[in-house]
Every structure is written in C-alpha cells, then in structure tokens.
Design a protein around this ligand. Structure first.
Ligand SMILES: NC(=O)c1ccc[n+]([C@@H]2O[C@H](COP(=O)([O-])OP(=O)(O)OC[C@H]3O[C@@H](n4cnc5c(N)ncnc54)[C@H](OP(=O)(O)O)[C@@H]3O)[C@@H](O)[C@H]2O)c1
Length: 298
C-alpha cells in the first residue's frame, strides 16, 4: 500500500466525520494530509471488530502548510469554522474545492467568507460516526455523501471514486438538505429534555414534534425545497422506530458540556422564516433555551 501523503487533498477537522473520510481515502492509497487542533501521529477508525490506522501526523499549525490543496474536506463543527479559518487561508487557492462536511443548509454562506478564492460545496453527510474517549472514531453504517450536481462537486466525486465513500450528485440537493435539517431540528428537542429517542413515544412530545416539523417545513418550502406534507409524520415515525436509547450529536454535545450547533440546526429556521415573513412561534420558544443550554451563562 502506498502511504505517501497526498498534499493535494487535505482534511481539516479530523474528528468523527473527518477521520472516516480520511480512512476511506487512505484505504485506496490516497492518504490525505491532516489538519487539526490536537496533535496526533495517526487516526484510528473502528468498524465492528476491525480497526484501521490512518498515518499522520495531524498538523496543528497552518505554518506547516507549504502549498494550496486541490481539495479540502472541512469537517470541523459549525461552531468551529472561525477558529479553523486560518487553515483555509493557507490551503485554499483559486482552483481549490472546499467540500463542507457539516450539517445545515448554510455551508456556503458560513465558509465562503473564510475561503473567498475557493469553490465551496455543501454536503449532506448520511453516516453516523462517533469520536470515542481515546480519540478513535467508531463508524456505524455505510459511508455516503450527497452533493449538489455541479462541476465542483464532480472534483469531490472523482477524488472519492473507488473508495467506500459513495457520492451521490443530486439535482434536488436543496430538498434533501432541508429534509435532513428538519430531522436535525427535531433532534434538538432531545438536547433540551436530556432524553434519547424513547421520548418520542410520549403523546405530548409527538404532538410538539409534528407541530415543530410543520413549522420547519413551511420555511423549507418558502426556500424552494420541494417537500411533501408527509415529511413531519415520517420524521416522527423514524424517531419512534429507533432504539429507545438512540442519541443524537446535539445531545452528546450537551451531555459533554460542549457548544451546540443549535444555530445551524434550529436557529436557521427562524432566521429564514423571518426573511420570508413566516412566523415561527415554536422556534421562538426553543431558540433561547438551546442558546442558553449551549452558551450559558450560568
Ligand atoms: N458524527 C456524525 O455522525 C455526523 C453525522 C452527520 C453530520 N455530522 C456533522 O458533521 C460535522 C462534523 O461533526 P463531527 O461529529 O465529525 O465532529 P467532531 O468529531 O467534533 O470533529 C471535529 C474535529 O474538528 C477538530 N477541530 C476543532 N477545531 C479545529 C480547528 N480550529 N482547526 C482544525 N481542527 C479543528 C476537532 O479537534 P479536537 O479533536 O481537538 O476536538 C475534531 O477533530 C458537524 O457539522 C456535524 O453536525 C456529523
């Protein structure tokens, strides 16, 4: 196996999602360069009883970067974009594609100002992966991304071709991204109750979930996402069918006392709603609670 580091492809933020994508590239001999916050000499991906090592080191200073990359996978949390901007400043040139592996629908607006020369591509990340206490990452499920069907996305698809990371280029990307966002917004309720999926079997929570998902859906449609009336019920049923102890990353972050991605997962609904003159009374109650849970004080 060729383990020469390919400086043309960089992963910024080698956490749960970044480690998974790095491992998929390494597995076919296209080991990317790694840019992170914590010094590590390698990354570890766990799948069932199988463990894969991705050679590093994880670079921790942008001063170590000597050339721009052709492709950057940005996989920091949305709350960490500004802190990671110094990496984008050295990695992104006029030809660079930046594929943003983050939840939400605002990747281009949020990352674009920090990479004005690059071509920013949002992604819907479909696979669940979780960083463990020893920094290894446990992958659960098949690795799959959906990107908008554009020329820059094809650079990403080519880089991942032949790996176990499937890439779909979707003409209806906005609808897919908004549908995932509605699901993520609903999952925010779990961060407020400190409860796992089992809570969706309560009639009162089910009623709130449907009402909130309908509020999100109205905004999504005003944004041009073609989503049907069935979406809120389908999302509720998905949570109800999940194992009762299934968590969600916003609840995991809450339990760990980390900042929450509430603004890109929930705040966006109220912000976009306001822009379209749509009232969002449920968001208006939830958002201060999520913001305070995330950022305090107290
Ligand atoms: N995990 C999932 O299953 C999943 C599924 C779908 C979507 N997503 C979305 O994917 C995005 C990434 O999530 P994640 O779960 O992979 O998060 P994560 O495990 O916390 O990974 C974030 C990584 O970024 C690093 N980082 C933080 N600040 C940095 C900086 N200034 N420069 C460089 N690296 C920095 C972190 O370093 P440290 O190791 O030092 O903290 C960590 O390695 C989020 O938007 C999330 O909502 C996640």
């Amino acid at each position: 196996m060729n383990t020469e580091i390919n400086a043309a492809v960089a992963v910024v933020g080698p956490g749960a999602i970044g480690t998974t994508v790095a491992a998929m590239l390494h597995e076919v001999g296209r080991t990317p360069s790694l840019c992170g916050r914590t010094l590590r000499d390698h990354l570890t991906l766990l799948e069932g009883s199988h463990s894969m090592t991705v050679p590093g080191p994880v670079r921790t200073s942008p001063k170590q970067i000597t050339r721009t990359a052709d492709l950057v996978f940005l996989a920091v949390k949305a709350t960490q974009i500004e802190a990671a901007a110094e990496w984008l400043a050295v990695l992104v040139g006029p030809e660079t594609v930046v594929c943003v592996l983050q939840n939400g629908i605002e990747q281009v607006q949020r990352v674009g100002p920090h990479a004005p020369r690059g071509r920013i591509i949002p992604a819907v990340v479909w696979f669940p992966a979780q960083a463990q206490s020893d920094a290894s990452v446990r992958l659960r499920g098949d690795v799959r991304l959906t990107l908008p069907d554009t020329a820059a996305s094809r650079v990403v698809a080519e880089a991942l071709q032949g790996t176990r990371c499937a890439v779909d280029l979707a003409a209806d990307f906005s609808a897919l991204a908004w549908r995932k966002l509605v699901q993520n917004a609903v999952a925010g309720l779990m961060a407020l109750t400190h409860r796992r999926s089992g809570m969706f079997s309560r009639a009162d929570i089910a009623e709130l979930t449907l009402a909130y998902a309908r509020e999100c859906l109205a905004v999504a449609r005003a944004e041009g996402a073609e989503l049907g009336d069935e979406v809120p019920q389908e999302i509720l049923e998905k949570f109800q069918a999940a194992p009762t102890d299934m968590s969600t990353s916003i609840l995991t972050d809450r339990e760990a006392g980390r900042p929450l991605e509430w603004d890109i997962r929930n705040g966006v609904v109220a912000r976009r709603g306001r822009a379209h003159g749509i009232s969002t009374p449920i968001s208006d109650v939830l958002l201060p609670l999520l913001a305070a849970a995330s950022d305090g004080p107290g």
